[in-house]
Structures are given as C-alpha cells and as structure tokens.
Design a binder for this molecule. Sequence first.
Ligand code: FCB
Length: 508
Amino acid sequence: MRLTRRDFAHSALAAGIAAALPATLFSGCSVSNAARTATSASAASHPAQFDSPFEIPFPKGFFWGATTAAYQIEGAWNEDGKGESIWDRFAHTPGKIRNGDTGDTACDSYHRLSEDLALMRAMNLNSYRFSISWPRFQPAGSGPANSKAVDHYSRLIDALLEARIRPFITLYHWDLPQVLQDAGGWPNRDTASRFADYVELAARALGDRVSDWLLFNEPLTFTYEGYLDGTHAPGRKSIFDFLRACHTVNLAQGAGFHALKATRPTARVGTALLMSACEPAADTEDDRRAAERADAISNLWFLEPALKGRYPEALAFFPETAIGIKSADFDMMRAPLDFIGINLYYRTIASAPSAIERLTNPQQWLFPVKMEGGQQGPKTDRGWEVWPSVLYDVVTRITRDFNRPQIEITESGCSYNDGPDANGVIRDARRIEYHRQYLQALARAITDGADIRGYHAWSLLDNFEWAEGFSQRFGLTYVDFKTQQRTLKESGKWYAKVAARNALPAST
Ligand code: FCB
C-alpha cells in the first residue's frame, strides 16, 4: 500500500523506527498483554450502517460546526507582515505538492471573511473551528504580536459572535514559523517554550472573547509526516527527529495548557487528536498485540502524557534517550484537558507480519506492526474507507477509559470531487450519506452515555489539502479556485437542516 498521511504506520513507522535505531535499543522491548487494545467487540455486533425511519434528536445546546485551518484557506501568504511558515517553504519547493499547487492564495479567506461568514449562516452553524496562523500572528516566532493579524482574527471573532457562532480556535494546525524550523523545529525542545509564549500572546489578545481553545491539531500527523515520512513540511526523514518532535509537542501541550489557563483561567482547553479504532486483522494473539501497539501510537501517544503523565505502556520499548526524556518531563507534560477533541475518518486494521516477512524484513522483526485502512466499506475519492461505526467505537472507548471526558468531534468528513451540474447544482449525495451515517453512530454513543458537545464537519469549504494540493474536495461548499466563487453543495444545504432542527432528519 502506498504510504500516505493516513496510512502512516502502515509500514513506515515500523520501517523508519527500526531502520534508524540500533537493534540493541529494542532488546528491552516488553509489551503488556494486560493492556487493552482498541479492538471493539461492537464493531462486529453493530452493523456499519443502519437506518432509522425516525428523526434522531441531539442534546440541547449541541454544537453544529465546520472546521478549517489557516494554511488551507487563508492565502495572503506574505501580506500584512505575515512571516514565512514551514508550509510556505515546503509548497514553494518543486515536487512536494501534487500539481505544484501552493496555499499562496488557497480560498483567499483572509480577504473574504464576510463570504465565509455568509456560508456559516446559511448552514445554521453555531460553532466554527478555525486555526490561527502562528507566523501571521507572531512573525518572528517570538516577541510581539503582529497588530494586523490581531485585527484580522479580532474581526473574524467579532463577526462570529455577532452571528451567534462560537469561535473555536486551534492554536497550531501545522504552520510553524519557518524561523523556528531554522532553529531546529519541533525536534528542538526550546520550541515548547516558544509555543507557550505564543499561546499566552494569543490568549491575551483574543481570550476576552474566545473561551474554547485547541492547543494542537493531530500531533501524530504533523510529527510523523513532517519529520519521519517527509511528505509534509518540513519534509524531514529522521527517526530521531520524529521521536524528539513528538516529545517536544507533548511538553508544549503541557506548557501551552498552563500558559493559557494562567492568562484566562476560565478558558476551556483541549487538543484535537486523530483517532481510529485499531482492529486486529485476525483473532490471534500476534494480531491482537499488533493492534495494541497500533492503538497506542494512534490514540494514546499524545493523550496519556497529558492526562496521565506517562507514555503508553505498549510503546515502552522506544528508548527514553532517543526520545530525549528528562526526569522532570513527565510532570511538565501533564495537562488536565477540559475536553478531548477527536478527528475521526476511518478505522485501522493491524496485523503482525508473518514469519517470512519478519525474516526477510528485519524492520518488521523489530517493530512487528502492519497497519492498513479497512477494505470492506465504500471508499471516498481520497481512498479512505467509509465505516461509520468506528465513530461509535472510539468515542465509547475513550468515554470508558478516561472517565467520561467531555468530547468534541473536531473533524470528520470525506473527499468526493463532485462538481456543478448543468444547473450549477453540486449533487454530492455520497457526502450527505457519509455525515448522516457518522452522525447516527455518534447519536448512538450519546445514548450510551458519551458526553459529546459538538460535531464539526471537515470542511466548511473545499480547500488546499496539504500534499494533495487542490485535488481533494472535502467541503460542504464548492469553491471554484479560479474565480473563488463559493456555492453551497447539496450536503451543505442538508447540514443546514440538521443544524436548524438539532436532529438528524428521517431521510435525506
Ligand atoms: C485532517 C486534517 C485536516 C484535513 C483533513 C482532511 O487530518 O486535520 O487539515 O487535511 O484531515
């Protein structure tokens, strides 16, 4: 299987880690059989799809939202004092992005606040998750805020509040100031302090009107893709950089949490993690252990440090010296998050390599985990399996294992590249079906006791999909990237009905 951001550990994590670390480092490898896997019996007992003839209500005050990220929509990459980000540098490097696309203009949202606001209103949203561009806000990666950026985000926040839409801010959605990358980037543990300073600056400037914050978006994705696999900015390929970057992010999560709370004690602070149910390919002990390791790296690697002050037991064989752990770090990583943000798209099937694969591939001998996306459900245009019950499985599992935390679904969505028909209508029935089924699964989790505060569709509008450039359309709104004209898709109209009724309609 070709490695992509989604297929992250399908072999490269295994291969990369094992290839780069001396074999002796793994000799103490121990895995607790007692530790649970994310495998859920409910995946088998609940069908992937189910139909209800009745309207399904959601809790009062439920947040119906959509999500975007600065680099994917803003454009204006070098305007009003914005500093260069690692994504500017990466996208400007030939050969890194499909079709040579860049986020230089993206959806031009920096100049189109009112158009984007109109879309949110048309969809009856009451929550908008967007990210602050760190290099726009603090161009030098340290020091004062850029007043033009403060004005920009203030305008957006004020307009949202006026429209009775909750501003839900992600502080880091992957666009590190290039100047900090030049100083070592996330593998440099000083970046944790830089991040905490930036968080404090943002909280001071905007926290009088914003109460809901996310520190990071998908830490595993940007550390893995950016520092091990090299398919995302800054395009590094080093196992040591990867492990150290992960650790700095965990330190930054703790430091950022406390900086925000010190500045705005009543703020609600969480982090958005890409999660997946990791099912063993077969009901064997080896595959179950592989699923346990897959689960630990996918779901717990950035959660247990925050909530439990430790790294997952199933990954205890990663050497502390390679990660760069110092004695006080476990306390520094602690961050009693007010809620957990979950980005969820698909499930993961984990297996142990066969004896022959292990013999012929020493990497798999050392890190015996293979991970693949599921193959049974329908696929989106991005190639990801649609498997709605994974949302139920993950949410109920996190509810069980972490003492019923507040949860926000911070992203879910699908790429289907349907365009306008002869009448200019974008009939994206498959996207409606995707959200309907995932929301049904979510409603079931709520009925079974999960404390879910909101659901945010990825994405408000078609945008720049990282290394895939503009080739993947995830939006509830169609964007003509030549004219920047925005048109609500049929899915956007459907979502508007759901949000207005605070319930899933009986049929599409
Ligand atoms: C998520 C990212 C988001 C977007 C969607 C499709 O992993 O957080 O920026 O790329 O995938």
